[in-house]
Design a protein around this ligand. Structure first.
Ligand SMILES: Cc1cc2nc3c(=O)[nH]c(=O)nc-3n(C[C@H](O)[C@H](O)[C@H](O)COP(=O)(O)O)c2cc1C
Length: 346
């Protein structure tokens, strides 16, 4: 039984950190795991780079090694060339990841301009082939992450073409939705689907569309023979937003992205609060988390760690009373000693 099924079978909501480009490196994943995340996702990685076994990428992925053995660590890949996904899946398995996630939701310009991420929705037969090739080349569980929809107009505006067969297949002729996608791939044994409950046009803010997600949940239950796990993502930052998702959808799991910035303890916090236990993080607890995070990052990235950690420190300390004073120090940190200096000043 794969880890997604095991989590699903516990009948208790599980928590995942999110794939976050520029953020979810080894150190971030480790700190999330230590603070309650049941599954972590790497930053999205290019399927072409995996296909060609780019030295730079393999080195980056080897950074995750320390956490691969005893944790659920999912490698997220993006691209659109179905053939390359098979080889990429083999490389992911060789490296020791627990699962492979296919990015069908990213709206970033640099990603969609070549037809990747959410723009894959313009050709559902190709998405089918991408997933099938991945599944055929690995014994790892395969998952997908997607959005609720993308308008046909947005595809055209981005100088891409809506595939003719997809156009004939979709229910609402103005958009391709997660429901179309799931109906297209229902005979493929994917293990998990993460739905970011916003459309391409909404990007990263705005209301979550519960109605369409509930329809997607029905399709996963009724039309897939293995009932893949359902994860909801979007706007979960505290107990109130989590309750809303549980009340409206009751998914198997939730994924937290921006809500974990500077707050990797959000996973333990929400787990405690779901059991009506109070959760308090003291200044000393926070300092220890920051210290550990910095230690993991500086150890795994011999060069450039200070630049990455400045961003995290700004997130960690943004609510401090003396943040303005701290900010000027944060943006000059160079090493672990300068992180320690900052920790003395709050
Ligand atoms: C800085 C940043 C980087 C992201 N990188 C990825 C990525 O690599 N892959 C992906 O599927 N989504 C990526 N996302 C989207 C998030 O995983 C998530 O779907 C989105 O932020 C909504 O969740 P939230 O409301 O909890 O923040 C990224 C988002 C942000 C803000």
């Amino acid at each position: 039984m794969n880890f997604w099924k095991e989590l699903q079978n516990k009948n208790k909501i599980f928590f995942t950190s999110a794939p976050l480009d520029g953020v979810s490196d080894f150190a971030f994943c480790k700190i999330c795991l230590e603070n309650g995340a049941d599954v972590v996702f790497t930053e999205m990685k290019s399927v072409s780079d995996l296909y060609f076994k780019s030295k730079k990428l393999i080195k980056e992925l080897e950074e995750y090694k320390e956490i691969l053995k005893d944790n659920n660590v999912v490698l997220q890949i993006y691209g659109h060339d179905a053939e390359k996904f098979g080889k990429a899946a083999q490389v992911a398995e060789e490296l020791g990841f627990s699962g492979i996630d296919i990015n069908l939701g990213c709206p970033a310009k640099g990603v969609i301009s070549s037809g990747n991420g959410v723009m894959n929705m313009r050709d559902l037969d190709n998405v089918y082939n991408i997933i099938k090739n991945t599944l055929d080349n690995t014994s790892l569980p395969v998952s997908i992450k997607t959005r609720i929809s993308i308008n046909v107009e947005s595809i055209i505006k981005n100088q891409l073409i809506l595939d003719k067969k997809t156009s004939d297949f979709i229910e609402d002729k103005d958009k391709v939705t997660v429901l179309d996608l799931l109906r297209k791939i229902k005979d493929l044994p994917i293990s998990c689907v993460t739905i970011h409950g916003r459309s391409f046009e909404q990007l990263f803010s705005g209301e979550i569309d519960y109605e369409i997600i509930n329809k997607a949940k029905e399709i996963l239950k009724a039309e897939f023979s293995n009932s893949p796990a359902l994860i909801i993502n979007g706007g979960i930052k505290d107990k109130e937003s989590l309750d809303k998702v549980i009340e409206n959808i009751n998914p198997d799991g939730v994924m937290i992205a921006t809500g974990s910035f500077g707050k990797p303890f959000i996973f333990n916090q929400l787990k405690a609060e779901l059991e009506n236990k109070s959760y308090k993080i003291t200044n000393d607890d926070l300092k220890q988390i920051i210290r550990n995070h910095a230690k993991y990052l500086f150890k795994s990235k011999p060069t450039g760690a200070h630049l990455v950690f400045r961003k995290h420190l700004l997130w960690y300390l943004k609510d401090c009373d003396n943040f303005n004073e701290l900010r000027s120090k944060i943006i000059t940190i160079k090493d672990l000693d300068s992180v320690e200096e900052i920790l003395k000043s709050f």
